[in-house]
Every structure is written in structure tokens, then in C-alpha cells.
Design a protein around this ligand. Structure first.
Ligand SMILES: NC(=O)C1=CN([C@@H]2O[C@H](COP(=O)(O)OP(=O)(O)OC[C@H]3O[C@@H](n4cnc5c(N)ncnc54)[C@H](O)[C@@H]3O)[C@@H](O)[C@H]2O)C=CC1
Ligand SMILES: O=C(O)C1=N[C@H](C(=O)O)C[C@H](O)C1
Length: 246
């Protein structure tokens, strides 16, 4: 039986995780913690799951690593510097692994994988992510990671930069620049989480799109992460691609 604690338990995702854990035959929910709650009940867990806020997640991960817990992190906002900081905490503390994934949706992970494979074959690649208007960060962690993966694949293949003749731009019109890939963020009532990767070539456009229709869709990936984190080969794993054999 895997004992699970949830950080952000009263949030949109955290509440979904609590339900999923309580519905899993091989898991027990031992702690459900939210803002201003004491974290001590988490010490009874084998695995902590964090779906909080980019401004809160680092202190939560630090606390969990210091208490020897495995941590599954869905909260976004991780850059290379934050990942290096987590690595330093893991080096200082011998127990526990950390799995950080900007998206636990199986379809979304496949979208990122397909985009990474296709990107070197097209002259232009841009990303449009679309989310509910209650989202705190932009662009999304998924779009940021997709852009990083696309840029790395294009770099390895020697694919040049996407052509862009823009010389007069209203600030923000061309979106964010992530490793040379333009990322555009839409915030719209009625949406949950959606992303399109647009790949343009000579006389053709390939669109890779994923739609998360509800937050339950992320749970198979989250539960896979909870079941897998203890046995991962590295102390820190980013993304669940390796858990899916990609
Ligand atoms: N990796 C993935 O598959 C997914 C990641 N996310 C990410 O998860 C995060 C949360 O998203 P939502 O659940 O929609 O947000 P939300 O705002 O609905 O929930 C966040 C919860 O965390 C709580 N919280 C804030 N600071 C805290 C702290 N220091 N300790 C404990 N709890 C704290 C809040 O009170 C709130 O209940 C965001 O970063 C979002 O981008 C969201 C969906 C899927
Ligand atoms: O805030 C959300 O809702 C989501 N956040 C994650 C991200 O920033 O990529 C994952 C998914 O897009 C939903």
C-alpha cells in the first residue's frame, strides 16, 4: 500500500488527486494539505504530490526532500535554475526521488513527443496554448517544455530558425520566445487546457493538437507517477516520457 500525501489538496488539481488516490486499491491518502496548513501530517506518507503554485512549490519540495519523501510534482514554473536547486537538495539528502512533470496527461505527453519528432522537418514551428482564465502562469509549463524539446530537436538536426520578417511589433504580438520558438498563450472562460503545435513547410502545415476536457484526464499519469517514483533510476526525473517507454 502506497501512503500518499497531497499538497494543494483543496485546489482544482489537488482535490482531483485526492479523489484518485482514494479510489486506487494500492494507495492510502494519509495527508491532505493546503495553504496555511501544517505540513507535519505529510511525514506519514511514502509519496507526496504537489499541485500548488509556482511561488509555493519550491519550499514544499524542499520540505519533502528534507523529510525523506518521494515527491511527484505537477506544479509548473520550473526552469533550469530551479531544477539545479532541487538536485542540490537531493544530493544533500540521501532518501527520496523527485518526479516533476508539467503535464501528466498521456495525450499531452504524446503531443509533445510527436512535435519533437516532427519539428526538424519543417521550416517554421510555433505553439499556441489555451487555458482557463484562472491559470497563474504563462506560458504554460507544457508549452514551455514543448518549445524546449522542439528547439533541441531542431538544433540537433541543424534546422535553422523559423523565418520571421517582423521589424515593427506591438509589444507581445509575436508571443514569448522560448529557445527561438514562439509561444502564444490564450486565457478564455470555458476552456480547461489545450495546445496546438503548428509546423509549417513548403505548401503544407502539420497541426498537432491536444485537448484536456477535464482534470480527471491527468489522473492516470499522476497515479503512474506515484507508483513509479520510488523505483526511478535517477533522483530527479523531468517528465513522464520514460515512464511511458517513449
Ligand atoms: N502537471 C500537470 O499535469 C498539471 C499541472 N497543473 C499545475 O498545477 C498547479 C495548480 O493548478 P490548479 O490546481 O489549477 O491551481 P489551484 O489554484 O486550483 O490549486 C492550487 C492549490 O494550492 C494551494 N496552495 C497554495 N500555496 C500552497 C502551499 N504553500 N502549500 C499548500 N497548498 C498551497 C492553494 O490554496 C490551492 O488550493 C499549477 O501550477 C498548474 O499549472 C495543472 C494541471 C495539470
Ligand atoms: O494550469 C493548468 O490548468 C495546467 N497547467 C499545466 C501547464 O502549465 O502546462 C498543465 C495543463 O496545461 C493544465
Amino acid at each position: 500500500m502506497i501512503k500518499v500525501g497531497v499538497l494543494g489538496a483543496r485546489g482544482r488539481m489537488g482535490a482531483e488527486v485526492c479523489r484518485a488516490v482514494e479510489g486506487a486499491d494500492d494507495m492510502e491518502l494519509v495527508a491532505a494539505v493546503d495553504q496555511d496548513d501544517v505540513r507535519d501530517p505529510l511525514a506519514a506518507a511514502d509519496v507526496a504530490v504537489d499541485f500548488t503554485h509556482p511561488d509555493a512549490v519550491m519550499d514544499n519540495v524542499r520540505w519533502c526532500v528534507e523529510h525523506g519523501l518521494h515527491v511527484v510534482v505537477g506544479t509548473t514554473g520550473f526552469d533550469a535554475s530551479r531544477l539545479d536547486t532541487v538536485r542540490s537538495w537531493l544530493t544533500a539528502h540521501g532518501k527520496g526521488n523527485v518526479l516533476i512533470a508539467p503535464n501528466f496527461g498521456i495525450g499531452a505527453v504524446l503531443m509533445m513527443h510527436f512535435a519533437q519528432k516532427a519539428a526538424p522537418f519543417f521550416e517554421s514551428v510555433e505553439i499556441i496554448e489555451l487555458h482557463h482564465p484562472n491559470k497563474a502562469d504563462a506560458p504554460s509549463g507544457t508549452a514551455h517544455r514543448t518549445a524546449e524539446l522542439v528547439a533541441a530537436a531542431r538544433g540537433e538536426a541543424g534546422t535553422g530558425p523559423s523565418p520571421d520578417a517582423t521589424t515593427a511589433e506591438l509589444k507581445g504580438a509575436r508571443g514569448a520566445d522560448v529557445d527561438g520558438v514562439r509561444v502564444h498563450a490564450v486565457r478564455l472562460s470555458g476552456l480547461i487546457a489545450h495546445q496546438e503545435v503548428l509546423l509549417g513547410g513548403h505548401g503544407e502545415v502539420l497541426t498537432v493538437r491536444h485537448d484536456s476536457m477535464n482534470r480527471e484526464s491527468f489522473m492516470p499519469g499522476v497515479l503512474l507517477g506515484v507508483r513509479s517514483v520510488a523505483g526511478l533510476p535517477d533522483r530527479l526525473t523531468v517528465g513522464i516520457e520514460s515512464l511511458l517507454g517513449l
